[in-house]
Design a protein around this ligand. Structure first.
Ligand code: NAP
Length: 540
């Protein structure tokens, strides 16, 4: 049997049909160097991950105990002291090198991502591209984001203000399974650049991809101890929140609320990237031919297991039928497949639980009167967790899939008579992560975007252009989260602003004391005059 990085082709290369069903698909020579990187000192148990394409056991990954978590954070804290004193340029060089290495060694990680998550290779490549893009962005912009800034003082002549950004210390990252590489490292990159250490808890199903990423950071020159991985389920995630100085959590809204409550008890910062129920509006003036493939990608990339994925398709009634005549055949044409190559458009769902959730949402809608224009079926002929890309119409208001995140390849169609109705429909959800508007008139679409309650609004694309814009903050309004990843905001989240305010002029005998020495009402009168002058001169 081939090792992971030798495959670069059909799944058949990796799966020996003679292999007993209980034998792990990945060979020890692939798994052992990776799992040695898990911070575990005692037998805290192991997790058996699954190859979603077939349901076979993939690998055994070790768990950590709560004590191991405490120890990992203590070691990270010790390593962080020197790192915080290194220059931003030095740190940026490590980050830049990670971006180069991930592209150079992409075939290894593409295999691992696909095998752990069941996604198509194209979706896996989006992760590689995202990491390269994020590294490049922070390597170039890091100095600017972390530079001291001057601000006007209380009385400009008397006061000099500088604002420094100091690393918080140790940042904990808790990541889900749907983007095993990207979500493991995209918050670690700005955190490390800012001079922090990071302790990461990936989802147990996708630990190998995260561990592979830590190998890359070491190869890029990151000193030991600064990026550590602990293994485990929710209890280990909870223990991490108990020890770190900031928690960056990506996952469901339900778990996000628990993490926020625990972080609140400790008064540490929390960045929460949570769920969505994202709408896409096709306006009456949209170029329908140009929209079709992009809209299909927006709904079905990563088999819909994407936080920014579109689950509500809102069509202007003037173009609705014409659009569906183009869209439904395009969805039917999407190729489902399990190969470790670029032949499939859509891969598998990750697990039996995810399959049960997706089919549960579709069955509920159909039972309540919805119609499947295409899909609505489990494709067990391809693999145990494959589900056909599904377009539902006439979905009644009480259908679960209209309100709750499905996190699968399912989109519900609705029609509106005006742009105003479209905005109201887009905002009719507890979530506010991503939204998309398709129109030939970009200025008009921008005006609509300003009325949409979502952290990103993408015009004439579904999500990729927003996700790939590493300088643009990305995150959720309403129940979709707190804080932002990417851009300056991600650096600010993991640093403390410190204002150093200096009273100057003491040597020249000009100070607050000079003022107060005037005695009586005089200082107040002088300050009143000074503030009036400052206002007239529009001094900030
Ligand atoms: P999840 O069940 O909330 O789990 C996310 C992570 O949190 C996992 O590593 C999980 O470990 C851990 N965890 C569970 N309970 C915890 C607790 N009490 N304290 C600390 N950590 C805990 O989410 P999921 O189902 O894996 O991921 C899918 C969700 O993520 C979707 O809702 C999706 O929209 C969201 N998501 C959001 C973004 C974004 O940027 N906004 C991006 C990707 C995904 P165990 O798995 O072992 O329980």
């Amino acid at each position: 049997m081939a090792t992971a990085h030798e495959s670069d082709g059909a799944l058949g290369d990796l799966i020996d049909p003679e292999l007993p069903a209980s034998t792990y698909v990945l060979e020890p020579e692939v798994v052992e160097p990776l799992v040695r990187r898990v911070h575990t000192s005692q037998d805290a148990g192991t997790h058996r991950s699954t190859l979603p394409f077939t349901g076979a056991p993939l690998a055994a990954v070790p768990f950590s105990s709560p004590d191991d978590v405490a120890d990992a954070v203590a070691r990270a804290r010790a390593a962080q002291r020197d790192w915080a004193h290194s220059s931003v340029g030095e740190r940026a060089r490590v980050i830049d090198r990670v971006g180069v290495l991930v592209l150079q060694r992409q075939s290894e990680i593409l295999d691992l991502i696909q095998m752990e998550s069941g996604k198509s290779r194209r979706s896996a490549f989006e992760e590689v591209a995202d990491v390269a893009q994020t590294c490049r962005h922070y390597a170039v912009r890091g100095q600017r984001y972390l530079a001291d800034r001057r601000e006007p003082g209380a009385l400009s002549i008397l006061t000099g203000v500088r604002v420094h950004r100091r690393p918080v210390g140790v940042v904990g990252v808790i990541a889900p399974w749907n983007f095993p590489l990207t979500l493991a490292v995209s918050e670690a990159i700005p955190a490390l650049l800012a001079g922090n250490a990071v302790v990461l808890k990936p989802d147990p199903q996708t630990m190998l991809s995260a561990l592979w990423a830590t190998e890359l950071f070491s190869e890029a020159g990151l000193p030991d101890g600064l990026l550590q991985v602990v293994g485990g389920a929710g209890d280990v995630g909870g223990a991490l929140v108990d020890h770190v100085d900031h928690i960056a959590f990506t996952g469901s809204t339900a778990t996000g609320r628990k993490v926020a409550a625990r972080a609140g008890e400790r008064l540490i910062g929390a960045t929460l990237e949570l769920g969505g129920k994202n709408p896409l509006y096709v306006a009456a003036d949209a170029d329908l031919d140009a929209a079709v493939d992009g809209v299909a990608r927006a709904c079905f990339s990563n088999a819909g297991q994407l936080c920014m994925s579109i689950e509500r398709l809102i069509l202007h009634e003037r173009i609705a039928e014409e659009f569906l005549e183009l869209f439904v055949p395009a969805v039917r044409k999407l190729r489902l497949g399990a190969g470790l190559d670029y032949t499939a458009d859509v891969g598998s769902l990750v697990s039996a639980d995810q399959l049960a959730k997706v089919s549960g949402h579709v069955d509920d809608a159909l039972a309540k009167g919805a119609r499947a224009l295409t899909g609505g079926v489990h494709r067990s002929d391809i693999g145990p967790y494959f589900y056909a890309p599904t377009v539902l119409d006439d979905v009644p208001e009480d259908a679960v899939c209209l309100r709750e995140e499905t996190f699968g390849p399912v989109v519900a169609v609705s029609r509106v008579a005006s742009d105003d109705e479209a905005v109201a429909a887009m905002n009719d959800t507890e979530f506010g992560l991503n939204a998309s508007i398709w129109s030939r008139d970009v200025s008009r679409a921008r005006r609509l975007a300003a009325r949409v309650e979502a952290g990103t609004v993408v015009i004439n694309d579904g999500y990729l252009m927003a996700w790939g814009s590493a300088g643009a903050p990305m995150g959720g309004m309403k129940a979709s989260g707190l804080g932002r990843r990417h851009g300056r905001e991600a650096v600010e989240a993991v640093t403390e602003a410190q204002s150093v305010v200096a009273q100057r002029g003491l040597a020249a005998g000009v100070s607050l004391d000079t003022l107060y020495a005037m005695g009586g009402e005089a200082p107040s009168k002088a300050l009143t005059v000074a503030m009036g002058v400052m206002r007239r001169l529009r001094m900030p």
